[in-house]
Design a protein around this ligand. Structure first.
Ligand SMILES: [Fe+2]
Length: 288
């Protein structure tokens, strides 16, 4: 006999915390031509056709998420940016194709344990995974950002995201996990090695409860930018227990009333070319 509906479904599995979406990672870089080769021709993203179309910045779409790449001295995220891509073999072929043009830069790539790890021309580490249940019903997009953190900081970082940002967290030995939206996450991995000096790169998140974390941070002087009605920023992750400053990474925090929330992003099928072109195959057809 079937179980009653109350037992048939795991209702808690559908819960979402207060950070409803991790939309973009922003790293400045000095050369739009190399950035196009890596993020568009190589990784298979789609240059946003509507916004930031000049040479001063480039937004590259991956499903519902983006990389933001303003033209300035290069920044390097202290960790790894995780993507889901529809086809790792196709990704490997594209990376092999762009490799000669990226020779002499930090660019590198390798297959490792069912994923592909690529390094951008300026040293940012990207890990690409095939679609899998842990990433939800998505074939393309930013799945996580994994950040290096000082030894002994994981528990305090988890307390910050749980108590201040109101996100679901898990603490594992040497590691904090923060749930984001439907199937994304942030991870903080303790490292004994000294962290590089923070260079100002940022991540962007949307919050459902936009004002409670803001009030907590403002009372402690931790708001770094009052952008507009829909956005504020902070940089220090602090332990709410003792106020200890644990790790710097700018968070661009937007409300769900921000005009850009839920903006439809154009995604192409990176496998088509003019040779053997099939009419109607231009757009990305996967899930995101
Ligand atoms: Fe941003």
């Amino acid at each position: 006999m079937n179980a009653p509906p109350s037992e048939r479904y795991d209702r808690a599995a559908e819960d979402v915390g207060n950070i409803v979406h991790l939309e973009h990672v922003n790293v400045t870089q000095p050369d739009q031509e190399l950035a196009t080769l890596f993020y568009v021709a190589g990784l298979g993203g789609t240059r946003d056709p509507y916004l930031m179309v000049g040479t001063g910045n480039m937004w590259v779409n991956f499903g519902r998420t983006q990389m933001h790449l303003p033209t300035r001295a290069p920044q390097r995220l202290r960790g790894t940016i995780g993507f889901v891509v529809p086809d790792l073999a196709a990704l490997a072929a594209r990376l092999a194709r762009v490799a000669p043009e990226l020779a002499g830069s930090c660019f590198a790539w390798r297959e490792v344990r069912g994923a592909i790890e690529a390094t951008c021309p300026w040293g940012n580490r990207i890990r690409c995974h095939a679609p899998a249940p842990e990433f939800g019903a998505t074939d393309l997009g930013l799945a996580y950002v994994e950040l290096d953190a000082p030894a002994g900081s994981a528990a305090g970082i988890a307390r910050f995201y749980r108590d201040v940002m109101r996100a679901p967290v898990r603490v594992e030995p040497g590691r904090a996990w923060v749930g984001v939206g439907r199937n994304q996450h942030l991870a903080f991995v303790e490292s004994e090695a000294p962290l590089a000096v923070y260079d100002g790169h940022h991540i962007q998140i949307y919050l459902a409860d936009f004002s409670s974390p803001y009030r907590w941070l403002r009372e402690r002087g931790l708001i770094t930018l009052e952008t507009d009605a829909h956005e504020w920023r902070f940089q220090w992750i602090v332990d709410p227990g003792d106020g200890r400053r644990l790790l710097q990474i700018e968070h661009e925090v937007r409300s769900m009333k921000h005009p850009l929330f839920g903006r439809p992003l154009v995604n192409r099928n990176p496998e088509i070319s003019n040779a053997g072109y099939v009419p109607g195959s231009d757009a990305f057809r996967g899930r995101y």
